[in-house]
Ligand binder design. Sequence first.
Ligand SMILES: *Cc1c(COP(=O)(O)O)cnc(C)c1O
Length: 317
Amino acid sequence: MELSLDHIRAARDLVSRHLPPTPMWSYPLLDRAAGASVLVKHENSQPVGAFKVRGGLTLLAGMTDAGRRRGTVTWSTGNHAQSLAYASHVFGAGCTVFMPAGTPEFKAAAVDSWGARAIRAGDSLEAAERRARQHADETGARLISPGDTPELLAGVGTVYLEILEAAPDLDAIVVPVGSGTGAAAACLVAATLAPRCAVIGVQSAASPAAHDSWRSGDLVERPNRTTAAGLATGRGFALPQRILRGRLADFHLVTDEEIDTSRRLLATAAHTLAEGAGAAALAAVLTRPDRFAGKRVAVVCTGGNAGPDELATLTRA
Ligand SMILES: *Cc1c(COP(=O)(O)O)cnc(C)c1O
């Protein structure tokens, strides 16, 4: 299935039955720090604290009753898991999530709290993925890839309809990237609604698989060491990379330290609690004054699920 803006518009009809649009605000102190006119899109204010819930709801809304009874299974360290757990709760479906053994307790607890089953399995995301595939084979549950599922991509695209309808004159939208579904959807929306608006991706230099896949035009594997869970992936995903190719205007890498600085600025200048991934877009703007000076830019604060470690570093100068 070739995804288009029509799929994203259809997803909005589904998502808007469950979620109001999120706010988008500007803050003079942020503008001053960035030397640009910055709009923060507050996906941290979603019910599970991240934009991915839009994808989960779109996916579950499109499943048959029989499919929902068989349920879904996936692998994740965090927000994708919570999104699917939340949507499964809304639609009364079963949901099993395999999480790497090292996943912090608060993330597993959040999944459990929506009535889904969080299972710790293996020492890496890849090991958790293998267990999820096995579980799907054994139980008939639908395997949901966080990166290669069209319904998820269409659902998260609804963020960009909201952004560009509220601010049609943007010079750029900066999007944090893990698997790349959000950035790919942003490209599809901007191409029609605001062809002059550049969509720019950001990933952590400590987990550059999506960035390197886009630059090389190939699906590559890379070390996955960022502490920003939403940006953590060890490989490129085919579906979003196919869309990003030729459409994404640019792709920046930032360090985890630059992300921490950006999180602190969001806390003090925008009274916003962001997790690492949620602050990555602003980090790219702050570290590239030459690229963004004087421009009107939307940064997507994709999530606010900061754990104990991320909360602790907020107070460190
Ligand atoms: C998943 C996630 C991202 C990355 O989104 P992709 O669509 O996987 O590229 C960014 N920020 C947060 C908070 C996330 O949970």
